[in-house]
Ligand binder design. Structure first.
Ligand code: MN
Length: 444
């Protein structure tokens, strides 16, 4: 079998005139029209069955295992069908972008309105309201980058007013190794961590619940095919190793972070929890929304040769609108809708995801299917685009006033944070990432 698909190329699955016989998918504000088809893992409560791989379509989930049982994908290669019946996405991710593209095409054909005979809905669809969404993959390793120069500069200014950006920033996609075990799916409550904090006027630290609990709005990237140890990935091959993108909330305790982070970087201020959205949007689905890499100013150095590619510079960016919404406990009990704290674009990241992945493997570090790379907090240059409270409230010194008069410097117990992301471009169908949400619970 030969394939010619390039992930930035468009094909019939992107056709904006396509409609689905799943009616909710055709609504103009649905995150999951037939042009999206993101992958996730779901579980139907109470029937003793194991988790299954599904594809979001409108307010429904297409059950891939049942599709295969019914013989709807008989024309697909056996390894691909086997991977679809697993309980996690890792084996599907390991097959690489071309088989996954075949599957996308088959699912698109199956779900389109003008299909000759649609399968019995009850056999292949599960309502999202009847399903529990799980982590989509077994995440072996998690790395968090720092790829927004605006975030890095804003945070740097708070700590080093005269020298906000360190000299390595424009050469190295900075990152730290995070903790995979505490990555949880959207919807699971987050417990406020306890930890060491040393107020500036205290002589010794105390151990207590964090007072400066924050969120970080990020985009996550799931590794598809990995690389062998000792074998770097060339920048022009990098996107072949990416399965797709999701939303990430890198919860952060700023008071713990300030005391512990030197000299080795984030530790307990970050590793107590990371929330991800349950649906992984493939690079193929994102093809209509590609854009150039961030345009560096003339004073900036060019990326070193191993991080530079004409193709990546031309189309390595993603035009994704990202938002943070907050609902406090009081708003929840008053029946008030969440309020938007910020809105920004993923197109303004200093490093592309291909550069981040290439850099990660450049020393021979082996990436594995299901590994998660997160972008770092997404902030743009304009006010109102900052992706965390540390920036929005200037380390808690400028309070945010909410509609009912409540104020926030950092998160309070009972606050719910909701991340949203979507892509919209003239001539194409809008697609979305769904939500990444969680409520903050008091310390144990
Ligand atoms: Mn982060």
């Amino acid at each position: 079998m030969t394939f010619s698909l390039k992930q930035t190329h468009l094909n019939e699955t992107h056709d904006p005139s396509l409609k689905s016989w799943v009616e909710s998918a055709n609504s103009s504000d649905s995150d999951f029209p037939i042009q999206n088809l993101p992958f996730g893992v779901f579980h139907k409560g109470g029937n003793g069955e194991s988790a299954r791989i599904g594809i979001a379509i409108g307010d429904q989930i297409l059950d891939l295992k049942n599709c295969i049982k019914l013989g709807l994908f008989d024309h697909l290669p056996e390894p691909l069908k086997d991977a679809c019946t697993a309980t996690r996405l890792n084996s599907l991710m390991a097959l690489g972008s071309e088989p996954v593209s075949l599957l996308r095409s088959a699912v698109s054909q199956l779900l389109r309105l003008d299909v000759e005979q649609s399968p019995p809905e009850a056999d292949v669809l599960v309502a999202m309201t009847d399903a529990e969404l799980r982590l989509p993959a077994e995440i072996g390793d998690y790395t968090d980058f720092y790829a927004s120069i605006f975030h890095a500069t804003n945070v740097g200014k708070l700590f080093r007013p005269d020298n906000p950006l360190l000299p390595n920033y424009k050469y190295v996609p900075i990152a730290y190794h995070g903790r995979a075990s505490s990555i949880v799916p959207s919807g699971m409550p987050i417990r406020r961590p306890q930890g060491q904090r040393k107020p500036p006027d205290a002589s010794i630290p105390e151990f207590a619940p964090a007072r400066m609990l924050d969120y970080e709005l990020e985009v996550g990237c799931f590794v598809g095919t990995g690389n062998a140890i000792g074998q770097p990935i060339a920048i022009d091959q990098a996107e072949q190793h990416i399965f797709g993108l999701c939303l990430v909330n890198d919860w952060s305790a700023r008071d713990l972070q300030a005391w512990e982070y030197q000299p080795l970087g984030p530790f307990l201020a970050k590793n107590f929890a990371t929330t991800i959205s349950p649906w992984i949007v493939t690079l193929e689905a994102l093809a209509p929304f590609r854009c150039p890499a961030f345009q560096r100013s003339n004073d900036d150095p060019q990326p070193l040769p191993y991080l530079h590619s004409e193709t990546d510079q031309r189309s390595g960016g993603f035009e994704i609108t990202l938002e943070v919404w907050l609902r406090t406990e009081q708003m929840q009990s008053d029946g008030v809708a969440p309020v938007r704290l910020s809105q920004g674009s993923f197109s303004q990241m200093y490093w592309t995801i291909a550069q981040m992945l290439t850099h990660h493997a450049s020393n021979g570090c082996n990436l594995r299917s299901g590994d998660l790379l997160a972008s770092g907090t997404v902030s743009n240059a304009n006010p109102g685009s900052q992706g965390c409270l540390l920036e929005l409230t200037q380390r808690g010194t400028q309070l945010i006033t909410l509609p009912a008069g409540e104020t926030r410097a950092f998160l309070a117990d009972g606050d719910e944070i909701i991340l949203r992301g979507f892509c919209q471009r003239e001539g194409y169908t809008r697609i979305g990432f769904g939500e990444c949400r969680a409520i903050v619970q008091p310390s144990a």
